[in-house]
Structure formats: structure tokens, C-alpha cells
Design a binder for this molecule. Sequence first.
Ligand code: ZN
Length: 331
Amino acid sequence: MKSLTILAQRQLRWPSIVLGATAVLLLTMSVQAASFKGDYPIRVGATVGMVADIVREVAGDHAAVTNIIGSGVDPHVYSPTRSDVAVLLRSDIIFYSGLLLEGQMTDILVKVSRKRPVYAVTERLQQEYLIHDNTTDHHDPHVWMDVSGWIKAVAVVADAMVAFDPVHADAYRQNAAAYQVRLHRLDDYAKKVIASIPDNQRVLVTAHDAFNYLGRAYGIEVMGIQGLSTESEAGLKDINRLVSLLVDRRIPAVFVETSVSDKNVKALIEGAAARGHQVVIGGELFSDAMGAAGTYEGTYEGMIDHNVTVVTRALGGNAPATGMQGKLAAH
Ligand code: ZN
């Protein structure tokens, strides 16, 4: 496991554990220098939807993006199927989130990186930015929850596309810049609405620990019943500790996640009820997967808009029911 961690942190473009340093340098250079000579659209493989969405925004019609880990699917425990492997082997260029989010896909990503460029979109986030988890001794991978961090991921995709297909460099740079402007607006909206939640109720309790970056960026305390990865088990002690918090602080709502079982969240609600405090499910949040393809919630903007709007309204703050741009479905 240790070597997997190091590998994932160093990013798969530099498989220095597998090869010697000189060989790696040559490999990296030769992959990067060769510009695209095949037929358009460029075939792009992307792991989670949030990453696929960046590529769609940046590359537009020049790329056909295949999103491997789809809506409602948990990336922590996802292991690639035979057809996923086939998609990766057919791809011209591949993007993944990184920081061990797609832990079970590490082997295949290393393998396919020998023949084509493979990028972790989180590769430019500095150590100081990343949240470290002492229990697992890993970095928290859920960086898309802070829009200002995810804006840096857009730059990674843009530069990778420019290097791969320099003919369309201007288009990639312009698309990325326009997308980043929209994301800055989303970041401002999230800050504003979450700040409207009354102080004592500004606590986000969810099924697993996916919201630490959101908490830090937008000033809300966060607590997950399960740890950073859904692979960990929640203990009775964790449940009881959270029940006490809900009761003591009169927290009105807790949240379920589309890609995680709601069993532990229901245990919290029952525990609080047994102590005379009524807690409701404030809504279903998109933690590690976006909404259905083809819907607004099936985009990164819609996912974040949905999350911050639903959380704000359930915890007593002010946000429009249809979100930042009037596009959210009724919830
Ligand atoms: Zn997660």
C-alpha cells in the first residue's frame, strides 16, 4: 500500500518506481512532444464525472470524453471492468482525479501510462493546500468540494490538451479561461449562501468525510460518520458522538450522499429521536459522483450549486430554491 501511495502522489506521468530516472525523463518528453496525429475527436478517458466535465468544457468538440465512473458510483471502491480497461486502452489521453481517490484503478492507470499521457488533475495542488488525514496518513482526495481548488485542476487539463494537440491551443486556453470565470462565480455564491446559515447551526453532518475542503473554503464545520474513504467502517462510538453533537447544538438536519449507503445517517436520526431531538434528512448531496448525465446536477457546476443550496436551506440559511442560476431541479 505504501508504494501505491508514493506512486499516486508522484503522479503517473512519472512512474519513477517502475523505471529509472533517466528513462522516465525520456518517456515523459517523448509522450509530450508528439502532438496528436490521429482523427478528431481526440479520444479522452476520464475516471470520475467531475474530471470528465472539465475535459468537456476545455476540449469542446475536439474531444470525445468517456466518463468511466458514472453517476451514483463510489470511486473509492470502484474496480475497473474489462470494458473500462478497453476504454482506457483505446484512449489517446487520460485524466483522473488522483490523491488515491481511484485507489483500485492505480495498477491499470500505471499500465496505460506507458503508451499515452495520463494526468492527475490534482497534480498542481501544493502540500500546504492539501488536507492531511492522520488516521490514514493520506491526503484527503475530495478537493473538488472547494471550487477555488478545482479551478487549478482546469489549468492542468488545459495545459495537457495544449501539449497534446497544439493546433487547437487557442481554443483550449479560451475555453478554460471562460470556464474558470464561471467557477469563480460559483465559488462566490457558495461563500455567500453558506455564510447566511445561523452560526450555531453551521455544521454539516454527512455519511462520509467528503466535505473537509468545502468546510475550510466556505466556513462550515463538517463531520462525516465514516472516514475519508467509504472503505472504513463507522463504529458505534462515532455514531453516539455525533448524536450528542446533534442534540446539544440543536442541529436540524443531516445529509445523505448519492454514492454512499444511508444506513449510518438513519442511525443518527434514530439516536437523536431517542433523546428527544428531531433531526431530518436535509437532502441528498453529491459527494464523489455527480447527478444523472444530461441534467444540470450532472455537471460540476450543478453538483456544487445543488450541494451548497440544499445544505444552506436545510440548516436555516438563505439560498434560492432553484440555486445560483435558477437551474436546480425541485428538491
Ligand atoms: Zn469520498
